[in-house]
Design a protein around this ligand. Structure first.
Ligand SMILES: [Zn+2]
Length: 96
């Protein structure tokens, strides 16, 4: 006789009240990673559409000193990323 239990088959719903045990950091902050671009006070958090660019990318668009480098990356908010993208998409859109 085999006494294999196929308990992987069914997904048991766990009440969220149990799941939230232990350390419960508040994740309700609107943003915690400030945009690295000077004069911009947006947030570069991932859930807010922020991106991280390389330093070279940042220099091309904003120039040296126009942004802050954090751990070799330039964190930009959504709108700044759009600016950068616009600045760098010339090879993609060739229509005029
Ligand atoms: Zn920004």
């Amino acid at each position: 006789m085999s006494r294999r239990t196929d308990r992987v088959q069914r997904k048991v719903k766990i009440p969220s009240s149990i799941r939230k045990k232990g350390k419960s950091k508040k994740v309700e902050k609107p943003g915690e990673t400030p945009c690295c671009i000077a004069n911009c006070d947006g947030f570069a958090d991932k859930h807010m559409g922020g991106r991280s660019l390389s330093q070279e990318n940042g220099v091309e668009t904003w120039g040296e000193g126009g942004f802050v480098v954090r751990k070799n990356r330039v964190r930009v908010c959504k709108s700044c990323y759009k600016v950068w993208k616009k600045d760098n998409k010339e090879d993609k859109s060739t229509q005029y």
